[in-house]
Ligand binder design. Sequence first.
Ligand code: PDD
Length: 274
Amino acid sequence: VVAYFNGQFVDPDGAWVPLEERGHQFGDGVYEVIRVYSGRPFLMEEHLERLERSLRVIDIPNPHTREEWAQLIAESVRRSGEAEAQVYLQVTRGSAVRGHAFPGGTAPNVSLVVRPAAAPVHPEDAALLALPDERWPNVYVKSINLLPNVIAKETAKRAGAAEAMLVRAGVITEGASSNLWFVIGGRVYTHPANRYILGGITRQFVLQLARESGVEVVEEAVPFSKLGEVQEVFVTSTTQEILPVARVFTDRRIAPALDTLPAEPPETLLPKVE
Ligand code: PDD
C-alpha cells in the first residue's frame, strides 16, 4: 500500500491529516477511483477530466496540471509494485479554522492511496435491493459526502444484496457506487448523465463499446414500475467492471413508496424522526 499527502509519500498507517480540515469536518472535497491493469492506469485522462469538472463545480482550484497528476499517479503505482491496483485520490478545500463558508487563502489538500485491486463480486451473488435515492440532487459531482451511499450499501448488504438500486421520484437512477443498465426488448437502457447520477467513466466506455458493436443503447431513465419488463440487468463501475445481476428485489416496507415520489421517507436503516 502506498500513501501520499500534499507532496510527500507517507506511512499509510502513521499518516494523519490536520483535524481542522475541510474534507474531514465538512466532506468538502471530491475524489476519483482509477483502476490499474498490468501497471497501467485505465481511462486516466477521463478520470482526470471528471476530477477537473467536480473541482470546478464546487470552486476548488485544481492543485495540479494533467501532467502533474499523471506523474503522481504513475510514481505512486510504481512504488506500490502492484500490477493490478486501484488508485484513490482526493482533493479537499484545505485546512482552516472550522466555519461553513469557504475560508480564504487555503490551499487544497491532496491525498492518494494505492491498494491491490479488490476482487469483483461473483456474478451468482449479485443481487440488487431497490431503495429510495436519498442523496442531494447534484450527485454528478464526485463528492466525498457519501453518507446516503454508505447507508444504502449497508442496507443492501444486510439484506443479502451486492448493491443498491436507487429510485428517485419513481425512476431508477443508479447504484450506491455504480451505474445501472437494463435490457428491455433488445435495447439497453441507462439513466442519462445529468445531475441525478454520477456519470461513470466505465458507463461512458461501455456506451462506446455498445455503439461500436451495434447494440442499441438508450440514455433514458427506467421507471421503477417498468421493472417487470426488464430482461437483464448489469452494473458498471471502475471497481466492479461489468457485473451481471442475477436478481433484483425490494422490501415490502419500501416498495410502495418507490413508484412515486414518497410523501414520507420510507424506512431505511435510520430510525424515523418523530
Ligand atoms: N464509485 N455512481 C456512483 C454513485 C459511484 O460512486 C461510482 C463509482 C459510479 C461509477 O463510476 P465509474 O465508472 O467512473 O467508477 C457510479 C467508485 C468506484 C467508488 O466510490 O469506489
